[in-house]
Design a protein around this ligand. Sequence first.
Ligand code: IVH
Length: 714
Amino acid sequence: MSAGAAEIEGLSEGEARAELDRLQVEISRADIAYHQNDSPEISDAEYDALKLRYREIELAFPELRRADSLTGRVGAPAAEGFAKVRHAVPMLSLAKAYTDDDVTAFIEGGHRFFARDKDLVLEFTTEPKIDGLSASLRYEKGVFVRGATRGDGSVGEDITANLRTIADIPQRITGDGVPDVIEIRGEVYMTHADFQALKARSAADGGQDYVNPRNTAAGSLRQKDPTITAQRKLRFFAYAWGEASSLPADNQWGMIEAIRRWGFPVNPLTRRTASIDEMIEQYRLIEAQRATLGYDIDGVVYKLDRLDLRERWGYVTGEPRWALAHKFPAEQATTVLKAIDIQVGRTGALTPVARLMPVTVGGVVVENATLHNEDYIRGIGGDGEPIRGGYDLRVGDTVVIQRAGDVIPQIVAVIPEKRPSDAAPYVFPDRCPVCGSEAKRELNEKTGRLDAVRRCTGELVCPAQAVEQLKHFVARDAMDIDGLGDKQVTQFYAEGRIMRPADIFTLKARDERSLKKLKDVEGFGAVSVKKLFDAIDAAREPELDRFIFSLGIRHVGETTAAMFAKTFSTIEAFRETALSAASEGGDIHAVFPSIDGIGDTVLRSVRDFFQNARNVEALDELLKEVRPRPYVVTISATSEVAGKTVVFTGSLEKLTRGEAKAMAERLGAKVAGSVSKNTDIVVAGPGAGSKLTQAQSLGVRVVTEDEWLVMAAK
Ligand code: IVH
């Protein structure tokens, strides 16, 4: 989980749901503005931040994942950065079945549809549904020319360079019957072994954590740098095709056989089945092998074999009528709750974790489950409603756990009959288990209710918070200090080498004077120590926005930190303002300028941070060692666009929208998405429509792209 979303650990289920709903609206709005109106309302970075937070809430609260989720493979609009590819033959999704009865209904539907064709036996292929990402690979005269993601099914992204790094995908296909043009479709995935190896490598060098093979495969395919994709060991199974100048067979079975001959991996568990019983039997066989396959599958897919019959049966809203995905149920198991441990996060949130009797769920040994917060243990959901039938969780309880995909397991039920007679209700601690400070549930100023999360008030006195804060400080999206990962930070803290961020930068000087040199410590050596010191030195002049983010102020994520950096330009200015807000009688609204997108929660949090003398001292110590670079916004006093509100409309020919926006902002202008009486300049390219008319009727100055470039250059 990225440090920017660390607060997610503290959300109650209700808050998480509310936020997910809010993000859904915001992201959809941004999508429409970008894709349909071609008039982005927020920056790419802001968009990415919204999407990231959305995904992380989904990962932390998988049960809240909405049916119309914006993440995942289906329906995600093509993202910026990769060229768009329109699929000549759309990449469809599949209707889903969860029970044998659903499958029977599907087959009976087929029989009714073809009722006039006497003695027709409907044969289906039955094959695993691979839990990866679909891709379409275009071959012209046998040469791999372009590969694309599914995107929204009609338009995907051109990820040819990344797909070329996958050994399973042939660069050239030869042999009998290769059509002039053929698009091979299938699933890119990662094996469990490769995923675990990547995770281990990353943990060893303090890199990011990977959640599951599918997300990792998705992230790998979207790398701008194909050499990174190449290191991820992705694989491919072919199972379908798109545009084709001719076909080597008239059924799925023959097509898959031809595709196999051309050199693509096809799934070895694919069978041809001729009755409901055979299909269900095959489903059970595949389900039984699921845990030992070595890659994730989430069901099986039935596809009508004969291609001519497929055309007759047809399609409905983006799905073929002739295919069905039969999903596996979420995997469940029964075990015993051995203990409830409390973990303390960076911002002091006390998060309970269930320690379970180890049990295998879908081939994975589960020993822990998340418990969110004390209300959850008491059997109360985020909305105040009873959960798990209203049963609380007690140590000794027999519980049902569930694992969906690779997400953190959940306790979905308590078996009350199995509760030991002496099992006592769990008493949530009101003191931090690490430092002994009082742990409080704060009053949420917005809702007027108590927060679901109890927090340790020890702040940096609390070793748990201090270590988590240090991990956040050095993380990739914060100060990004290579060679200082979670493991090293924990070790250095325990040894007393690094207690606060400032200590990182004095480590080398202290080490030179020390008798117990770092290079002699197990796990280190002269080379790695030199590398570490070099990486630390390289971090002495951080970008201001990263630096503010790395301070770990609650509610100040990357986007907010960037807004502060932009507003204050220097760390001194930010510090001074925050300190006046923190001084007695300081009024946040009187001292902070109003910043678009920054509300009271953030400002109060900054004030609270600076009200703690220890935080200010830690910051000041740090500032003796590092010099954050002032955030440069070239508001050239001479630029006539400084302070103006600009709207871009129509198509631009010399600049991308992103460049145009960045250019305007660099010159101190504000970019808006719609024209109003507050608009100063409208830059109109060919095809400008209602915005241009609006500008003309309001008498707003309208310029061409070239005129804009001249203005901007002055
Ligand atoms: S066939 C016309 N076969 O499932 C049907 N899809 O829900 C085209 N998938 O986007 C898809 N394994 O990513 C098909 N053996 C398989 C599959 C499979 C996984 C995925 C694929 C697709 C999604 C549809």
